[in-house]
Design a protein around this ligand. Sequence first.
Ligand code: PGA
Length: 633
Amino acid sequence: MKHKKIHIISWLTVNFGRLLLALVFLLSGFVKAVDPLGMSYKINDYLRSAGIFLSYDSFYTLAFAVGLGVFEFLLGVSLLLGIRRRLTITCTFLFVLVMTILTAYIYIYNPVDDCGCFGEAILLSHKETFIKNIILLLIVTYVAYKNQRIDRFITERNQWILSNYSFVYIFCLSLYSAHYLPILDFTDYSENTNIRAAVNSEEENSLKGFYLASYDGEEDETFRILSDTSYTFLLIVPEVETSDDGCNDRINDLYDFCVENHINFYGVISYSCESLADWQDRTGAAYPFLRGDEKQLRAMVRSNPGLVLLKNGILQEKWSNNNLPELESETKVIEHKKNLPLMQLLFWFVVPLLVIILLDNIWKGRKFIKLFFVNYFNKTNMRKKIVAGNWKMNLNLQDGVKLAQNLNEVLKNNKPNCDVVICTPFIHLASVYNEIDANVIGLGAENCADKASGAYTGEVSAEMVKSTGAQYVILGHSERRSYYHETAEILKEKTKLALANGLKVIFCIGEVLEERESGKQNEVVKAQLEGSLFDLTQEEFANIILAYEPVWAIGTGKTATAEQAEDMHAFIRKTIENHFGAEAANNVSILYGGSCKPSNAKEIFSKENVDGGLIGGAALNVEDFKGIIDAWN
Ligand code: PGA
């Protein structure tokens, strides 16, 4: 009971932490992706503080900004849905770690005004940012430690669809925002902002420093421009040298239109711009110029050049140089556009995502429906019931073939209620395969090499085993562990090779007498599982059958009691659940091995967590083996 409670609390904590991390990353990725230029300027500020001077229009910082937003957003999606859990949480951990170090540096040395974690959407002080990152680091460390407890909302098989869709979505959004303007504007100069009111306000605010000067820098033009009750276009050119001059004709037409219709039109350049003559020659710009602060100009419109329309000191509308307005009459200027497209943005992300998840669940549901019927009609669970024979080093080829023929005959006439497998010495495999009906008896080897192929005299590879027609292989048997010194590492290699060659692995684990007597059996078995199987993916693990064989019971006539077997099997299943999740634990068959006989099989197999047996001595005789198989009837 207590264990269950701890389990629920830890599940809740991990999933709450993972959700929180997901939201933070989704938000920070999204706000960066919708304003990549803003983030690019911020990166440039960082570089400048480190003595590296690039233009604010640098392609490299922009590419980095887009990459950063996309990366964070994808981490957010993966955390939210439980995609590639180990990789996701490792990347998240490393990312938060680097950010924590960076924000510690910013907190101490104060190189930039704002860290840019959440773009312009949420501005935090350096101290707040640092504390936020410390908290995130603690959470991500905990979640990383328990990453297998993260629930998935999509099956492993279909998760790539969500990752790819999210990537395409956020990448396109980011490119669109860089090419036109941010789809959502979190700057101080969003449309409908009353700049005049902000400048004149008594209270402190971020627009207070807004200032426009005459071209020669002598006169303050702020008040005149902001008080004009008719329309004023400002063509903002924060950096003349790097500004895009592909749209000059459109701008000049626009200026002509403004002159004809008595609409004000100014170019605004930064104070640092020394000479306009060259640029005017190149672009044919005939309009008058004002000056402003470069940072402020870049905040007003994320485009170089960009266009802003003011009236009464209120920012009416803005355009990037890639979609300048075509004006036919003054009234067209007044036509206002767009509601906030947030709902549309969300729609195009969330709805396809939900559809994919729904389809995935229907796909998964097929399995559940099947499971339900199997449970309902057979009154049994989905796990395969298996009785496997392990012939060990017994029987010559002729005797082995004869035994297989007899068993085949008996089982064909009397269909077993479980899967039956015989594992034979290597030299028997191909011959036995020809004698048995593969629908009735499965065939397996007792071992395979830990190398794929090559100069390993006397060894037999997993591929060779598979080529005989065998579908199974026993690995980790205690006799191989103790007499042939097979370590967890060797068994890990063997298992990987066997699985890679399409074999199902009957993996044996179990403690020796001393370990049982000193109460260490759980510890030993857990270490055996961890040492050889915990690197497998869930898909790989689906082809593992476990066999608990207490070494003190093998071939000794001493059987573990049914209760001892059940206790250990339940523990093994729990261990699997903790690592591979509930579905894997529920599906894995766990066999009992060690002096299993017709006389004790029924009782042992009746236990909830015992799914069959791995039979040594009693598998060498059809009658005994059949007696054990019949324990499932
Ligand atoms: P046993 O052997 O049934 O002879 O005890 C079981 C095994 O080693 O797999």
